[in-house]
Design a protein around this ligand. Structure first.
Ligand SMILES: [Zn+2]
Length: 408
């Protein structure tokens, strides 16, 4: 009796296995009322066919039956955040410093941030960066834990006392340690006024060495002089840029430098969580004053920047503790408060970000041959950008990680 049951059970298991194998070989189809391709294109009532990890076809959805049918939703590429700090978190006492925390505890917080961002529709993020990003990146890419595709800068360059040779050696070491991208701090924190720190020569050396090694460089710069030096040095992206004028916007546009300002989440998050940060380093009353004053200044700067139509403004939130999973707030703020066109903001968080991160041929666009990283949002973000905060379906590499679309 026992043996017969086991055989039956085994047979059932192998039938299920065969059935799921057969199912896996059938393309999955997703039909949506609106499909945005991430490059500005809009299709109504379209169906996307996914085979394995890739999109194989996007066509008219009229006559089709679909695996996932979202007539009232918008399907678009999975969002991309080009600037997060994936390991940053509040500790057991709720504070932004975590003395006595074990590496295992820290690793779990990183995994939680990764999950929060994936559930919020971010299927690729770039962490700028920490050594602990590397095992997290690898665990996600090996399918051990759920999270966005993760790129990391591993070890940012901050030391202004380095000789030019030492700057180059730092870049080589970061690459040897697994850096996908290089991060350099060319100015002070905005809490300390944002003045230039690295010399023009150091910025040149860093970006030159990174380029020689096939790596992109994200440059933290508030002061106009530091932004200018980064653009002239051929660095990939200037992040922050709070003190730029028309002249630096023009220069970045001319040099093809990506510009990644923050207006909607970074400073607001610090202020909302003031007691958790207060008293740590430059998180003092003067630092918070700089940040409170910084919000309207950043809005004014962004409004100026979007007038430069040839300037490539990508989307990076600089997400720190308290921000992960709220990344879309930056996009919503850019549209609702700063007046950016909704489609421009959507392109920035999808295809333009992919391009800035060297992933333009892989993600950020819905088209045959691209990785099947796609999300469904409740509403039409081209007319109501807050739809990006209502992500109800997440697929990454052809695998569904979230589906709460029922009844929408
Ligand atoms: Zn940052």
């Amino acid at each position: 009796m026992r043996t017969r049951l086991s055989v039956a059970a085994l047979a059932a298991v192998s039938l299920i296995t065969m059935a799921s194998l057969a199912a896996a070989q059938q393309p999955i189809t997703i039909r949506a009322g609106i499909v945005l391709d991430g490059k500005g294109g809009v299709q109504r009532n379209a169906v996307i066919a996914v085979d394995g990890t890739r999109i194989v076809k996007i066509g008219d959805g009229t006559a089709e039956t679909a695996t996932y049918d979202f007539p009232r939703l918008t399907v678009m590429p999975g969002m991309i955040d080009a600037h997060v700090h994936i390991g940053a978190h509040f500790g057991k006492d709720g504070r932004a410093v975590t003395p006595g925390e074990t590496p295992a505890e820290a690793a779990l917080y990183g995994a939680a941030n990764a999950y929060a961002m994936l559930m919020a529709g971010f299927t690729t993020v770039q962490s700028i960066g920490a050594a602990s990003d590397v095992p997290l990146r690898d665990a996600i890419s090996h399918g051990l834990i759920p999270g966005p595709r993760l790129l990391t800068a591993v070890t940012p360059l901050t030391d202004t006392s380095l000789t030019l040779d030492q700057v180059r050696a730092h870049i080589r070491k970061a690459v040897a340690d697994g850096a996908d991208v290089i991060k350099i701090f060319a100015s002070k924190s905005i809490r300390d006024g944002g003045g230039q720190t690295l010399s023009d020569e150091q910025i040149n050396a860093a970006c030159g060495e990174a380029k020689a090694l096939g790596r992109r460089v994200w440059v933290h710069a508030h002061a106009a002089s530091a932004v200018r030096a980064a653009a002239l040095a051929g660095c990939t992206t200037v992040t922050h840029g709070s003190q730029i004028t028309d002249a630096e916007a023009d220069l970045m546009a001319k040099r093809g430098t990506y510009f990644e300002p923050q207006t909607g989440l970074l400073l607001q998050n610090y202020i909302e969580n003031k007691p958790r940060y207060m008293g740590i380093g430059n998180y003092n009353e003067a630092g918070f004053k700089f940040m409170e004053d910084g919000i309207p200044l950043n809005d004014a700067m962004f409004k100026m920047a979007i007038k430069h139509k040839d300037l490539k403004i990508n989307m990076g939130t600089d997400a720190v503790a308290g921000s992960h999973g709220r990344n879309a707030n930056e996009v919503v703020h850019r549209v609702k408060v700063d007046g950016q066109g909704a489609m421009d903001a959507i392109v920035a968080v999808t295809s333009l970000n992919a391009e800035a991160m060297g992933l333009g041929g892989l993600v950020g666009t819905l088209a045959p041959g691209m990785e099947a990283d796609l999300i469904a949002v409740d509403g039409d973000p081209t007319t109501d950008i807050t739809a990006l905060q209502r992500v109800v379906f997440v697929m990454k590499g052809g695998k569904v990680y979230r589906n709460v679309a029922a009844g929408r």
